[in-house]
Ligand binder design. Structure first.
Ligand code: PNS
Length: 162
């Protein structure tokens, strides 16, 4: 695999995502970070455009990483991105059942292979859902999100908190 899609909700991007992005960028020639969404059923906290601009800030130091949004199925997004496969991070055993199911379905129905990277232990407890929860109750999320986009993420979470 040379060009891979790293898909997710990225609502918002966290240090957990950055760990996978950094390591995928060393393992593959090109990485497309894809915000997947369903335009008919908007969900999450931040609007997709906001997630994209925060991601672009977060990855600005890399020169072979693209950021884009895709709607619909992951297997179709892989094709739209011109990618050879998918990269996903595994934070722990609790991620495995869902991830295996997705990977197997994407392979069976779309011929798409998934490569898993084991999250680094120091950040494996971080998730976007917890970041949103902490921000919603006024807690500090500075230590959980990428420095290059820290101020903008804190402001965005504050703006869309209600
Ligand atoms: O960051 P997340 O929320 O863990 O990302 C999950 C995501 C967006 C990668 C997953 O829900 C997904 O692939 N959604 C697209 C719809 C799809 O293809 N569903 C069937 C998978 S077999």
């Amino acid at each position: 695999m040379r060009r891979v899609l790293y898909p997710g909700s990225f609502d918002p991007v966290t240090l957990g995502h950055m760990d996978i992005i950094a390591r995928a960028s060393r393992a593959f020639e090109q990485v497309v970070v894809g915000v997947l969404h369903n335009p008919n059923k908007p969900s999450g906290m931040l609007p997709v455009e906001e997630r994209l601009s925060l991601l672009r800030l977060a990855v600005r130091a890399y020169d072979h990483i693209e950021v884009a949004s895709f709607s619909g199925l992951l297997m179709d997004a892989v094709r739209a991105a011109g990618a050879d496969g998918v990269v996903r991070g595994l934070r722990g055993v609790e991620d495995v059942p869902d991830e295996l199911q997705m990977a197997r379905l994407n392979r069976q129905l779309g011929g798409v292979e998934t490569v898993f990277l084991a999250a680094s232990p120091g950040i494996a407890h971080i998730s976007s859902a917890r970041v949103r929860e902490i921000a919603r109750f006024g807690g500090a999320v500075d230590a959980l999100v990428p420095e290059a986009a820290r101020d903008q993420i804190v402001q965005a979470l504050r703006r869309y908190r209600e």
